[in-house]
Design a binder for this molecule. Sequence first.
Ligand SMILES: Cc1ncc(COP(=O)(O)O)c(C=O)c1O
Length: 392
Amino acid sequence: MPATPVRLEDDALALPRLTRRGALFGAAALLSPLVPRIGSAAAAPTPVPAAATATAVSTGLVRLDSNENPYGPSPAARRAILASVVDAPRYADKSVVDLTHALAARDGFDPAQVVVGSGSGELLTVAGLLAAEGGTGGELVASHPTFEDLPRFAAKMGVTTRWIPPDADHRHDLGAMLAAVGPRTRLVYVCNPNNPTGTALPHAALAAFIRAVPRDVLVLVDEAYIDLVDADDVASVVPMVHDCPNLVVLRTFSKIHGLAGLRIGYSVAGPELSARIENKLTTYPNSTGMQAAIASLGDHEFITTTRTALIADRRRVEAAIDALGRPRAKSQGNFVFFDTGMPHKAFFERLLAQQIKIGRHFDRYDTWARITIGTRPEVDRLLAALPGALRA
Ligand SMILES: Cc1ncc(COP(=O)(O)O)c(C=O)c1O
């Protein structure tokens, strides 16, 4: 039977009518971000909220569940998003070239070493495809718990993961991971800082590990949260791609740049590995996201103030957890991971009853919770709710 044609005026399909007032309000909202402003030298930076942009605040639900950056996008990125509308009818070839060159120029690479994807999530999928080359039976080595997109996708491709427990400080156990590399290993996944623990590896140890992995095994270092690091001994391994042909580093515009919904990430690797990555891309990034990313790269004030605010609030949350006597991991990301002392579900529901949504349950960490650092007022609400939620 032929499908009933859908009439454009059907309610379900009708677009909201764009009035002039609505358009003005929408544009004003886009252009007035929750930019955290640095106050006096002594005082902590004070975010200045613009209510129109703060969906989470205006609806009452504080979303501290997905490690997003609610201060974003930067003012420059907001302007670029609006301006990008004229390019919407076109495929985004030029934006790919522009963003690739901007990233390469910033970090001193040949553009052939940078591959832009639809979020770093797409590039994790590509890594799964690379690990699957050579047929089923291959292995991936990863720490547990970690960000699971790559192991999950690799499993669908017939690549099994050897999960390595973390060390006593909830960091990747690099010695045990190296020992787990064997003839079947195709890829080693290192998440630094790690999601969900937030822990980061000292640069010297990670660099030695990367050099020790055999050259026919890929090493993927996921640096989604590297911009939130404040530990002196932690640093990006991006410069190592110059002399480690089996190393690929992933970065994203979803975290410090606050562009998660626009899906832009990138990889940096040697030219040959980059060509293999590019060859396996599954889709094409969008022009609005890439133009926002280019603008955001140049908005140094936004990056600095956001980073300062998120790190200051991470410290406040960690101090509160310590004061409440709960064990925690040392976070270098925009989230904290700690032992609530009760089943995750119970703690999750206690905070949800106060309109605060936190991260999901992680296997083998049944009493632990991951909470994202939100805006200053959101963190204030969390800190007010924590003592009651943790009460036995
Ligand atoms: C460690 C890690 N890598 C990658 C991603 C995916 O980021 P993207 O939005 O770039 O796909 C996330 C998202 O939370 C993450 O935590």
